[in-house]
Design a protein around this ligand. Sequence first.
Ligand code: GLA
Length: 717
Amino acid sequence: MPAISFAPASRTWLLRTPGSAYALRVDGDDVPRHLHWGEPLTLDQADSLPLPADLSGFNGFEGHTPVGEELPVDGGSRFGAPSLQLRFADGVRALEPVADGHSLTEQPTGATLLLHFRDRHYPLRITLGYQVHDDSDVIERWTELTHTGTDSEAGDGTEQGPITVLRADSAAWSLPPRDDYRLSHTTGAWAAETQLRRSQLSYGETVLTSRRGVTGHHAQPWAMVDAGDADEQHGQVWSTALAWSGSWRITLQRTADNALGLSAGAGHEGLTVRLAPGATHSTPRLAGLYSGGGFGGTSRSWHAHIRAHLLPHPDETRPVLYNSWEATAFAVTLEGQQQLAAHAAALGVELFVMDDGWFGARRNDRAGLGDWTPYAGAFPDGLQPLVDSVHGLGMRFGLWVEPEMVNPDSDLYRAHPDWVLHQPNRRRTELRHQLVLNLARPEVAEWMYDWLTRLVGDHGIDYLKWDMNRPFTEAGGSADPDDPDLLWTDYVRHYYQVVDRLRADHPALRIEACSSGGGRVDLGVLARHDQVWTSDNTDASDRLVIQDGYAQVYPVRTMAAWVTDVPNQQTGRSIPLRFRFHSAMSGVLGLGGELDRWTGAELKEAAELIAEYRTIRHLVQHGALYRLRPPRSQNELTAVQYTAADAAEAVVFGWLEQRRFGRPQPPLRLAGLDRDARYRDRRSGAVHHGAVLLEHGLDLELPPGDWASAVVHLVRV
Ligand code: GLA
């Protein structure tokens, strides 16, 4: 059966993925209505589904049921949260869409459906896009709006004039009726990103959003909903994630009659888009996923989808990295970096990254941002001597940049004070003593691309850590004065374009995404970055929580984690080296400490653990994640497992922060293994039956005392 099929008599569409089905019907009033999202159905079965009852017949106050439409527009008797809200040039706001054909394209690995509508009266075309892939249960959706008027001179006040788009979400999802609903999402802050929250969804509207111009630390642009009955292994979970790296909004609506709908897209409330005659506005893609495999199955499906369809180099192994930030902060010198590089290379590090402080007058965070020439006091002969010595040590060379920012105390700002986001009659709010460059302006984007491509090309730079350390304020300076909010969209599009052009120019270049830690991570970032700096908080205990939240949707092979010095710079906590390593080894391992102050014993242990990581990282970075014991309770074991696709190998991590009451740890039940096989523990040589590991568990043989941790690598015999 094709991935997308159609029953013309009832105008029913069925979208099929390997593990799910999605059905919709264009009803007699030309409204695209939702029918099904869940377990697989045939077209016959979908065709037989009745449309949900519309309450408007019973009582004048009910209006249209606010949940259950594929794109609930503002118009008619709809009183729910609209996904599409416009104002035509003559002031009319209500939309009246009329079905206007469709197009279905079969690709070798999936299919795309476009459903076209036009407004009954005004010059507007609306297209709802759906894409499915034959190797993923994710359905991608988007919306396109075209002003079909031809009179480019038409001004405001005429029916043909520009349309103001007040809200254009990418898509709306409807869930099947359940007795209860529970929302899983993350909240966070700087140094405390991606903290998983799971709670009953209130009646009314729940909004998750960023108004910062970037994705933000405070919420992630994804949501999962279940009926309150799913767990890691079992149960139905519906989830959605947005591919956009600017402001965004997800609105969940639980109605008084207990229906649940969800609408999501770019931009926060109040931002508008101006659609001139002939112009098209396309929303970013919103991905949706149904899984019958609980939260664990949901995460694994997202990881597989992101690997197969977004990541630029999904099959590559991420190298072990060293980053100088926690060791030196701004006190960067050639000799100091060379010394750190020599230590790092001796430990087995493969990529050396020099962080902030190497350029312009950047001796602290008050000056120099924007002046991207090496600081002559530290690098009298430029960067090349350092690049060469790092390459000479057999490592790749990486460099920190923050291209979107400027310190007012910089040559760039003195030359171009108008290049920053600003508004007339308003002060320019500084955060971390810096202002945001107006990347929405083409000349700023061109300048940025130009110095970056030269920097990378001239020095043979292998890796950039692309940072972005503050949100928008006074966000004025749109390229089109008639469309002031265009800036919020153009900024993100130009950021994507600069990164994409750099990648195209330098195919070997790899780019990390950072925004004061994990302030900009989303499906748009993961389509063009190789890894993400998860958090400035490198405390190994806090990290278990942050990493658990990160990996709910985003693959572990993008989740950078460093081992740093103790006491930890963020928390003041001192955790033994081995535990710190084990925490970081469950992601993309890096190091970030003052290696020149590590003792001989510490350096020896670090080298051994890095060597061990190299023997298991194919599982961490490419395997399937099973959360065996999530890090919710301080006193109990946290454990994760990564398993090869064919279940021939697995690696298990266990962390026990505190031991209470001298209780022995019960064996840890594993997951995702071959029941009938036997597995050898590579360290101890012990052989275990798969069925026993699954049903009775594995003794991790944790060392005594607090901060006990273990890594067990199992290989099928
Ligand atoms: C941000 C990053 C850090 C570091 C500093 C440098 O905070 O998240 O890793 O690069 O900037 O100023």
